[in-house]
Design a protein around this ligand. Structure first.
Ligand SMILES: [Zn+2]
Length: 277
């Protein structure tokens, strides 16, 4: 592997083994060659828990066994807005059963609206989003939101469905201070991805500098959205340390302190200390 000399390895940050990476897609075949290695490296870099997001009931059935030997991985499951046409009543029944029988499933997501890729009719997306919100409420599950080019519509549906002060996590936040403020005003949480480390993202930096310390988390969304200094390569959970490092800088707080706070927020949100983890 030709690595550039100036790229720091994530181990060099020497973080305590308490961190939580809240959003990974390690079941994807991008990791078929080296999944075990990737999970081991996450552990060496200070990550104690990883939330793996399955994009629907079939993906969950097909991929759950990949993590049999890895109790540090907890599960998130939902029909992604780009697959919203697959969110049939049958799919909802299947997920209900999966949530009831698998204690490692901690949240419903990623669900929401995606008007960027625009793969599925907007009304089909809205319907699938609402149905899954109802399922989350029925099963008392925290919700992980995917919202792309659809901030106002996503907000409106969550508010109409009465999710103010419900445990909602805005995954992969890339918005500005005003959007962050609206999310926070509803009592919700924000998860920050790799692009926080990109120099040009001034609006996002401004938003992060104003986030309350008890309402944020970090994630990779791997294999996508790789932070600096590994931008351009495949992303992996270990790289979440670089995102945390940038957040520490923006907040003016020591990395070791923010690492602990981010982890505490995630453990509380996903109720990781209840049940098996
Ligand atoms: Zn994702």
């Amino acid at each position: 592997m030709g690595k550039k000399k100036n790229r720091r390895e994530p181990q060099t940050l020497e973080l305590a083994p308490i961190g939580v990476e809240t959003h990974a897609h390690l079941d994807l075949d991008d990791f078929d060659e080296d999944r075990e290695e990737i999970l081991a490296r996450a552990g060496e870099c200070g990550i104690a828990s990883i939330g793996n997001v399955f994009l629907g009931p079939e993906a969950f059935e097909a991929g759950r066994r990949l993590f049999d030997g890895h109790p540090e991985v907890f599960f998130i499951l939902g029909v992604h807005p780009n697959d919203a046409h697959q969110c049939s009543n049958g799919a909802l029944d299947r997920m209900r059963e999966q949530f009831k029988t698998e204690p490692r499933l901690k949240a419903l997501g990623e669900i929401g609206l995606d008007f960027y890729w625009d793969k599925v009719d907007h009304d089909v997306q809205r319907k699938a989003f609402r149905k899954q919100l109802h399922l989350a409420r029925e099963l008392d599950l925290p919700v992980v939101i995917h919202s792309r080019d659809a901030h106002d519509d996503t907000m409106a549906i969550l508010e109409e469905e009465g999710f103010k002060d419900y445990p909602v996590l805005w995954h992969c936040f890339g918005g500005n201070a005003e959007e962050a403020k609206a999310i926070l005003a509803n009592g919700w949480f924000i998860s920050l991805p790799g692009p926080v480390t990109f120099k040009a993202n001034h609006d996002l930096h401004a938003a992060v500098s104003q986030l309350p310390l008890d309402r944020m988390m970090v994630e990779t969304d791997c294999p996508y959205l790789t932070p600096e200094p590994w931008r351009g390569k495949r992303n992996e959970p270990a790289y979440v340390v670089f995102t945390a490092e940038k957040v520490a800088l923006l907040k003016g707080i020591r990395l070791t302190d923010i690492w602990r706070m981010l982890a505490e927020n995630a453990r509380r949100f996903f109720r990781l200390d209840e049940g098996c983890l």
